[in-house]
Design a protein around this ligand. Structure first.
Ligand code: FMN
Length: 306
């Protein structure tokens, strides 16, 4: 029998736990010719700011051992364009939509969240951990008080929508930040954003990336991400969307066993653009092979079975 894959992510019913990580999947519509957007748990949009934003200087990506660096710099067309030009198409595809909110000030975050909430998205993710922007981004997430202030502003603007705060692991202890955002009204946390990194072009004797530094993602960061998910599940108890190097159903299972209710695929989409939908099927087969009838039975299982 097919295992139950439906999960309750902080009140948001997802038909399965496989979602997209913000960024590498764009706004989802780019993948619609290849991926049935209604067949995955949710599409998490690329982070969006109040006004349109140009990104960083090229080159903006570089391949690294077991991963990649990116320094996109939150390029996006602004919240109004996303609501008008993209949301309706996503809804036509039957996608559950979690919008990712970014900003340079606490007020910006609140305004973008309010616009998305009024436009009928299913949930909000709040990017307070981007390492590739001068202002905003990591400056908020690396400090418990700042992260709590952004969370409170988004919470007020979001009405009943679930709000997931996306955290990194640098700057402040992730458990401290997760506790602070929990107290400020977060429904859950997304773990983890990229880690800062650098690559050097030997021929030019210069950094590869136009922005000099970038964010490291892919399998190289998976153990760090699992460590963060493990600790937040154990010490905070908030629902977690886990991400960082998830390339297979087995990777997804490691995150679910560690405490993630949902798993997000980012860099893996560049290797196989159909990875998300294929992972729904391979996860289903893996659970059946393990004799698990409902994925909810195994969320956090690694904590119980020690
Ligand atoms: C090209 C690229 C763009 C990204 N853009 C965003 C973004 O706009 N907002 C965000 O919260 N995270 C962004 N991320 C981070 C991912 O959502 C994710 O947290 C990280 O890459 C780890 O997952 P992965 O190893 O599966 O890629 C981006 C990552 C990549 C590789």
């Amino acid at each position: 029998m097919r295992p139950v894959l439906e999960v309750d992510l902080a009140g948001l019913r997802l038909k399965n736990p496989v979602v997209t990580a913000s960024g590498p999947f764009g706004f989802g519509v780019e993948y619609a010719p290849l991926v049935d957007l209604g067949a995955i748990g949710a599409v998490v949009l690329k982070s969006v700011t109040l006004q349109p934003k140009d990104g960083n200087l090229p080159p903006r990506i570089a391949e690294t051992p077991a991963g990649m660096l990116n320094s996109i710099g939150l390029e996006n067309p602004g919240v109004e364009a996303v609501i008008q030009d993209i949301l309706p198409e996503l809804k036509e595809h039957g996608a559950k939509v979690i919008a990712s909110v970014a900003g340079e000030t606490v007020e910006d975050y609140g305004r973008v969240a309010a616009r998305f909430a009024a436009a009928g998205v299913d949930g909000l993710e709040v990017n307070v951990s981007c390492p590739n922007v001068g202002r905003g981004g990591m400056a908020f997430g690396a400090d418990p008080e700042n992260a709590a202030a952004v969370t409170a502003a988004v919470r007020r603007a979001a009405g009943d929508l679930p709000v997931f705060i996306k955290l990194g692991v640098l700057g402040a202890d992730v458990v401290k930040v997760a506790k602070a955002v929990s107290a400020a009204g977060a429904s859950g946390v997304s773990l983890i954003n990229t880690l800062p990194g650098l690559a050097v072009d030997l021929r030019r004797r210069q950094p590869v990336l136009g922005n000099v530094t970038g964010g490291l993602s892919g399998p190289a960061i998976k153990p760090v991400a699992l460590w963060a998910v493990w600790r937040v599940y154990e010490e905070v108890g908030l629902p977690v969307i886990g991400m960082g190097g998830i390339m297979s159903a087995n990777d997804a299972l490691e995150f679910i066993f560690s405490g993630a209710t949902a798993v997000a695929v980012g860099t893996g989409n560049f290797v196989n653009p159909r990875l998300t939908v294929e992972m729904v099927e391979s996860l289903s087969r893996a659970l059946a092979a393990e004799g698990v009838s409902d994925v909810n039975e195994i969320i956090g299982a690694a904590h119980r079975e020690r």
